[in-house]
Design a protein around this ligand. Structure first.
Ligand code: ADP
Ligand code: MG
Length: 778
């Protein structure tokens, strides 16, 4: 221990010397001068004092005031200054990978260091930290995983949870865990950081923890709603429509609208949509009618028009466009590249910005551009609060947001585009006023803005909870229902019960709600448990390669694109890949395998174009496959002998069995009557297959079952994807079908009966399944 103490003292001194040398160097002084201008600096002392005095502190402040980059750094600096640098251990969580990495990079630069010295980061499968790292930026998921191995967070002195106003599921969950932990760890310090002003909510959750507000300065921003935008830009419907691939059908609808009403068609459509739907309670259906006028759906014409207008007639300054997701951003970029002005690289620099971007590309967003060149950043809601781009003067806001599907990797299931809240709209607006007075163009009418909710509903209340339930179990937090009842806002007990039921059905939890061996493995794989199970089965049965593609495709999105006016040709293309196997999932496998070949031959872009595949989605699938394989390898599921890993990859029947294992209990029965195939599930009764499914194109269905992953509700219940399977595949790889609490009781009995009658030797199935579970557990 004496030697340890001496070493620690030495380390403390070393850290202090380094910090001092940097702060006294000319570059260091310059950096310090920049940092001292940030609004957070004025609160430095009161912040540090509050952290010393209180176990929990809630800090709020405008985006860009310096919360993320400065506050954790203040703690680090003061500990080092006090000669305690060696023993502090600060963890700051970020909701997204991209912000964890970019913030760590920035803080290292501000401290005149390389990443991995006193400042590091860790996101899943990637990281940069060293022995001397004292401040670690990580995703919230990483900290939750650390808690699994070390429930007391031994050695951690400060936990800073950033962006809590977003009310992400992981963050809400972490707060409950921390609240428990604080009782046991009296020395632990927790700082919560939030952008908007609902900070009181968090303070009262932590029994009245003190609040610190950082007031910042922003310039005024002029607000334009759609009515205004149309007038300003002189946008005439039809002007840009020739270049557009997607909008034909809508163009036609619009023309009819125009004939019917004298109003401007965009505004008219929007107003009609509002009249027909209560925005606050939109369901699948109302969303469809609202999306009819959504600017993104017009082949981006309106966005193009506004961008041209700004470039031609407005003052200098960068433009930030808020889009819903990664897919839209790529499509919009392609579309803008064809515009003579916006596609001209000597006049305009187009920069996409989303979570799945490589970190090198990310940096470009922050870099200033040469004079006379207009910088246009196309971003997801990532640019709303987590990253700050300094030179923005103009903001375009499409009004919707979606979690990028890539984030699904962090245990967040894929979400559809939904309306943002008023708080988000204001936040987006604020991005324009950072360096000078700005302009914000909301591409929706004022009436829509008025109808938006004040704040977004917490993720915990609107997403399936099965991954979370698994985590609760694996963190040994006791009864799932009891634990979730302690959250800031308690999720619907029915939704909790449904999730627990699903976990039991797939064999992750036993009847006593304890983790099974399979459950332990699934909790360690950061993907949806059903996909995790499919991956494990793929590895165990030496049929990994195709399963990797399917798992990646389901996690990202369908790579098949179906443009409205070329729908039939596009569907035929997809059909070619999947018809022999009666499977959408295997269609994806075939499409990917061929893509890989064309990549090697250098013809992949052409191949994608001809087969209506999204090239960029293929790329993400490709990299996700590698990540999945690595995860399975780390968990010890992949056979060390390479020949064995894919010994049975070409066996379609086995593959279908594995798909069935992963999709279960997503099973629908199928029977053909008068050359008409009908489908039925236990939960919902009669269902339909989505038009884009290759199975829906097949005349006589030779299989009695369809395994599906996703169903959507728009009037009827539609199965989005499917793989036709035989009795024996269901027998061997399926499981016991459960009784849903959602459907009516009587109806359920009937459904269940249908199923049991269909399956011969029900006892045999159960026995085989138990055997299979045993194999998996070993
Ligand atoms: P907050 O977390 O309060 O939104 P940040 O700490 O992220 O604010 O950013 C504070 C300031 O630091 C920003 O206004 C910006 O000027 C600067 N900044 C942040 N990241 C970078 C970067 N990567 N490059 C240059 N400047 C940056
Ligand atoms: Mg921040």
């Amino acid at each position: 221990p004496l030697l340890d103490n001496v070493l620690l003292l030495k380390r403390n001194m070393h850290l202090r010397d380094r910090q001092q040398t940097w702060q006294e160097s000319s570059e260091g002084k310059e950096m310090l001068a920049f940092r001292e201008k940030l609004p957070a600096y004025k609160e430095r002392d009161s912040f540090l004092l509050a952290v010393k005095r209180h176990q929990v502190l809630v800090v709020s402040g405008e985006t860009g005031c310096g919360k993320t980059t400065q506050l954790p750094q203040y703690i680090l600096e003061s500990e080092i200054q006090a000669g305690q640098g060696g023993s502090c251990n600060i963890i700051c969580t970020q909701p997204r990978r991209i912000s964890a990495i970019s913030v760590a990079e920035r803080v290292a630069v501000e401290r005149g260091e390389q990443l991995g010295e006193s400042v590091g980061y860790k996101v899943r499968l990637e990281g940069m930290r060293g022995m001397s790292t004292r401040l670690l930026f990580c995703t919230t998921g990483i900290l939750l995983r650390k808690l699994m191995a070390d429930p007391d967070l031994k050695g951690v002195s400060h936990v800073i949870v950033d962006e809590i106003h977003e009310r992400g599921m992981n963050e809400d969950f972490l707060l409950v865990v921390l609240k428990d932990l604080l009782v046991r760890r009296k020395d632990l310090r927790v700082v919560l950081m939030s952008a908007t002003l609902n900070a009181k909510l968090f303070s009262s959750f932590f029994d009245g923890a003190p609040l610190l507000h950082i007031s910042g300065f922003t310039y005024p921003v002029n607000i334009h709603f759609l009515e205004d935008v149309l007038e300003l830009t002189g946008y005439r419907f039809g002007e840009f429509d020739q270049v557009d691939d997607y909008g034909q059908e809508k163009a036609w609808k619009m023309q009819k609208m125009m004939q019917r009403s004298k109003r401007n068609p965009l505004v008219a459509l929007a107003e009609d949509a509002i009249a027909n739907a209560d925005l606050r309670k939109y369901s699948g259906e109302t969303q469809l009618s609202l999306s009819q006028w959504n600017p993104e759906c017009f082949g981006f014409n309106l966005i193009e028009a506004v961008l041209c207008y700004i470039c031609k007639s407005e003052r200098e300054g960068a433009i930030l466009v808020f889009m819903t997701g990664w897919e839209d951003i790529n499509a919009l970029k392609d579309c803008l590249m064809r515009n003579p002005l916006l596609g001209n690289p000597s006049k305009v620099k187009l920069l996409p910005c989303h979570g799945s971007m490589a970190s090198a590309d990310q940096k470009l967003i922050f870099e200033p551009v040469p004079a006379k060149i207009r910088k246009i950043v196309l971003a997801t809601n990532l640019a709303e609060t987590s990253i700050t781009i300094n030179d923005i003067v103009f903001v375009l806001d499409c009004g919707k947001a979606k979690e990028t599907s890539y984030d699904a990797l962090n245990n967040t299931p894929c979400l559809t585009p939904t309306w943002i809240s008023k708080a988000s709209a204001r936040q987006r607006r604020g991005r324009a006023g950072r360096v000078q007075p700005g302009e914000c163009y909301h591409l929706y009418p004022k009436a829509v803005f008025e109808a938006l909710t004040e704040y977004q509903e917490p993720e915990l209340l609107r997403t399936p909870l099965h991954s979370l339930c698994l985590q609760i179990k694996s963190l040994k937090l006791g009864n799932i229902g009891d634990f979730l009842a302690k959250a800031m806002q308690t999720p619907d007990p029915l939704s909790v019960r449904n999730s627990v039921q699903l976990l039991k059905t797939i064999g992750a939890l036993d009847d006593e709600e304890e983790l099974t061996n399979l459950g332990i493995h699934l909790a360690n794989l950061p993907v949806d448990p059903r996909i995790g199970k499919m991956l494990i089965f793929g590895a165990i049965f030496s049929c990994l390669d195709p399963v990797l593609s399917i798992a990646a495709g389901l996690t990202v999105r369908d790579p098949f694109v179906l443009p409205v006016e070329k729908k039939e040709v596009a569907e035929a293309a997809k059909h070619r890949f999947g018809r022999n196997d009666f499977s959408d999932h295997i269609a994806l496998v075939r499409a990917y395998d061929r893509w890989k070949e064309t990549m090697d031959a250098g013809t992949a872009v052409d191949y994608c174009w001809k087969n209506f595949l999204s090239f960029s989605t293929m790329q993400v699938i490709h990299s996700l496959r590698r990540q999945f394989e690595m995860l399975l390898r780390q968990a010890g599921f992949v056979d060390p002998v390479p020949e064995y890993t894919n010994q049975y990859s070409k066996d379609v029947n086995l593959l279908k069995g594995i798909i069935c294992a992963g999709m279960f209990p997503g099973i629908s029965s199928a029977w053909t009557m008068d050359s008409n195939t009908k489908y039925k599930t236990v939960e919902d009764g009669a269902v339909l297959l989505h038009q884009s499914s290759v199975i829906s194109k097949i005349e006589r269905m030779p299989y009695p079952w369809v395994a599906f992953y996703e169903k959507i509700k728009s009037g009827n219940i539609l199965l989005r994807d499917g793989t036709a399977i035989s009795d024996s595949m269901l027998l061997l790889f399926g499981g016991k079908l459960y009784k849903s609490e959602r459907a009516g009781h009587l109806h359920m009995q009937e459904g269940l009966l249908q199923f049991t009658l269909h399956i011969p030797f029900a006892e045999v199935i159960l026995w085989l399944r138990r055997e299979l579970d045993n194999i998996v557990s070993q």
